[in-house]
Design a protein around this ligand. Structure first.
Ligand code: MRU
Length: 352
């Protein structure tokens, strides 16, 4: 079953509205790049690779509507659209990676192509980014499935599935690949408070694929590990620093501590576009703080007293020493990470 969270159709961007899932399948049609910015901010589309794809398509859409006569003005306007996207969500490295790619493509062709052609080049590059992401996910799945044995029970957090990418998924892509291979697996799905990406999105994807799974609240993870029900934890990543420290959905760090205590491996699955070698360690990764209302309410209804304040960091940092391996489209790396991340980042594959 293929899930397409974002597509480009007749010069519009069609986004599957992840806020309404799983109860309603709704699409948001964007004909203006500002609508795409809003969709990213409001998490109509979310997940690091999907945000990158949405921003690339959004830049192409915005560029399409620019009406200027000089290349200089065109570049200035595209740069300002890129800046708008850069201000949507701060943590996912893939967003900035995709924007850099769009900027680079434009600058490279600026002196040799006319403005109408440059617009087409930007659309083509954004669609490349989308297609590549699916190919990259499938490759991550093919490497990662080797870590899963028949009968394994896997705990995952948030949604790192088809919905969080252009399709197929990273952490969930590995689970999907193991299932497609015929391995009998069972997935424990953290509900992932406060936005419930696990309960609403991961459980939805697993149901559609017919992959056996059980939903738990985030606070149950330690107990089921103690009961011997979990063989490994696999999650995605929003940004991986040069030393391997990893930002991912809030709660991942707690899982990593619990996993280490119970001698359970924790694997991070991510494309190399999530690696940020400009950041030495996790302490410099920008962590998004979202509206406290996400915490004081549950599924749209206030559950805390009116005057109660809440703190809502959307991500946390898992230190490299708690990560058993990082699974990318270029292979699997194990600690110590610094040199291997550098090598894998530079490694060329036929995918990009
Ligand atoms: O706030 P979200 O839903 O965008 O957070 C998403 C995550 O933390 C995912 O685990 C991460 O982006 C990896 S998705 C392949």
């Amino acid at each position: 079953m293929e899930i397409h969270p974002i597509t480009w159709r007749k010069n519009k961007i069609i986004i599957l509205d992840q806020r309404s899932l799983p109860t309603r399948i709704r699409y948001k049609r964007c004909s203006d790049h500002r609508e795409v910015c809003t969709a990213i901010k409001e998490m109509t589309i979310r997940g690091a690779p999907a945000i990158g794809v949405a921003a690339a398509l959004g830049v192409a859409l915005g560029a399409m509507h620019i009406k200027v006569y000089s290349h200089e003005e065109f570049l200035k306007k595209v740069e300002s659209i890129i800046d708008e996207f850069a201000n949507t969500r701060p943590t996912a490295r893939n967003l900035f990676w995709a924007l850099d790619r769009m900027r680079h493509t434009l600058r490279e062709k600026l002196l040799t192509a006319g403005i109408p052609e440059l617009k087409k080049i930007l659309i083509k590059e954004a669609l490349h980014i989308l297609e590549e992401d699916i190919a990259v996910n499938i490759k991550i799945g093919s490497y990662g499935r080797s870590l899963i044995k028949n009968g394994d029970r896997i705990l995952t957090h948030c949604n790192a599935g088809a919905l969080a990418t252009a399709g197929y998924g990273t952490a969930l892509g590995i689970i999907r690949a193991a299932h497609e291979e015929g391995k009998k697996i069972h997935v424990y799905v953290d509900e992932t408070r406060p936005v419930l990406q696990g309960a609403r999105l991961t459980a939805w994807e697993l149901s559609k694929e017919g992959i056996p799974h059980t939903l738990i609240t985030d606070s149950m993870a330690g107990f089921i590990m103690k009961q011997g029900k979990v063989h490994m934890v696999i999650t995605g990543a929003d940004r991986i620093a040069a030393n391997g420290d990893t930002a991912n959905k809030i709660g991942t760090y707690s899982l990593a501590v619990l996993a280490r205590h119970h001698s359970i491996p924790l694997y991070i699955a991510a494309p190399t576009s999530t690696i940020d070698l400009t950041i030495p360690d996790g302490s410099s990764i920008p962590i998004e703080e979202r509206d406290p209302k996400e915490v004081t309410s549950f599924y749209g209804r206030r559950c805390a007293p009116k005057k109660t304040k809440a703190y809502n960091p959307a991500f946390d940092i898992t230190p490299a020493e708690l990560i058993s391996a990082i699974i990318t489209e270029k292979g699997i790396i194990t600690p110590p990470y610094s040199e291997k991340l550098l090598e894998i980042h530079e490694k060329k594959t036929g995918l990009c």
